[in-house]
Design a protein around this ligand. Sequence first.
Ligand code: AMP
Ligand code: MG
Length: 491
Amino acid sequence: MTNGNEKNEMGWNFDHSYSRLPDIYFSNQKPTPVASPELIIFNDSLATLLGVNGEKLKSESGVAIFAGNDVPEGGNPLAQAYAGHQFGHFTMLGDGRAILLGEQITPQNSRFDIQLKGPGRTPYSRGGDGRASLGPMLREYIMSEAMHALRIPTTRSLAVVTTGEDVIRETDLPGAVLTRIAASHIRVGTFQYAAKWGSVEELRQLADYTIDRHYPEIKDKEAPYLSLLRGVIKRQADLISRWQLVGFIHGVMNTDNMTISGETIDYGPCAFMDMYDPETVFSSIDRQGRYAYGNQPPIGGWNLARFAETLLPLLHEDQDKAVEIAQAEISVYPELYKGNWLKGMRAKLGIFNEEDQDEGLIEELLSMMKKHRADFTNTFVALSFDTERLDFSKTDDFIQWNEKWQERRSRQQDTKEELDKLMRNYNPAVIPRNHRVEEALDAAVEDRDYTVMEKLLKVLADPFAHSSEQEEYATAPPEEISCDYRTYCGT
Ligand code: AMP
Ligand code: MG
């Protein structure tokens, strides 16, 4: 245990607005202490953003907090309740292995949830042990920080500690706790929980709270709940288009894994696509391909429809009218998504004005990529530097497409060089390739060698640098390795 002064020096500045919601939304729950905490990785730049003292937090007393052995000063640990559609089936869930310590108010006056993932059982643990193991927690750290660097809204990772205890899975694995940072952990599933088990008043309180926290600009609107629905649709249409533009496959887009803030959350079986194929699935539990790369945009729409349903009692007193209102809103999502995606794809091709034929040009490229089994990321890098780098640059279909593309780009003021330069800012040199992530995790878990991961994180921290040290990380794995790659839900 540490004394009060030392804790103060850590820079915690907690508020607990979520705990002022009705009792149904959470259960007070302290983390369960562990045998011998050890700090594995710490995010210094994120600590600075949060206004916490990195040096103090890396000391024994800080590590005790990350392990759940000590509660930070001003902390008020609780586990959040939620429900969700998992692979289409509705279930009561809640944080079975996550405890919110509080909301850190940063020097810039932003509010971030500080949450421990893997700190022991909670009232929502069902059959689970409330624990997590080192590999999956480091995986979330790497993937979430890579997504952040790719300019994609996401939860982030402040620290991973090992517990000195094993967790029992198929084999015994080293236990670990991740400290996750989020704009909030309010999910579509939180609203589903409210709609199913709360009163209309409790639902309204959650909606008002969410508006206050994430959509303050709509507070005084005439129809705030309709505006909330609209706002969430807009942010998800933006988020999912960003995933598609870098080839990110979430893997488990259940409604409990979709945030109301519009951040990517819950890095379980997620992975980046190598070879372009809309049917790509890596998750071992997604046997039907429900969450395949190409299905992510429509699944986003499906999840948003579940969100809209929860708001019906707040949209209109006549429920038939409420349904009409919600449907009209939801029907806008595909166009919004498509508009974002088109804009992003244009930028990836160095096109910064709009012409009707652009979509055709993009689709032609994608079908060529599929036919030639081209790497998604590297194709766009090659187009931004030198088309000769493409494996299929000598094919008739590419030569024809390239002519059309060059002609299209010339219908802008900028020179080819200027456009290439702009493109490089939209086409990352590196993504967290599956074989590289596995290599880093193997070294960490098997050999307790963290240098491989640290080097990978460094390279991923600035994906648009196109630096020479990134080159070896840009190589795609052999096709058979990529296609056989399987990811497993965070255990
Ligand atoms: P996820 O697949 O990580 O989104 O988890 C789905 C649900 O299962 C969430 O409510 C988790 O909190 C819960 N859960 C996952 N792993 C465990 C565990 N080891 N112990 C208790 N609950 C868990
Ligand atoms: Mg989840």
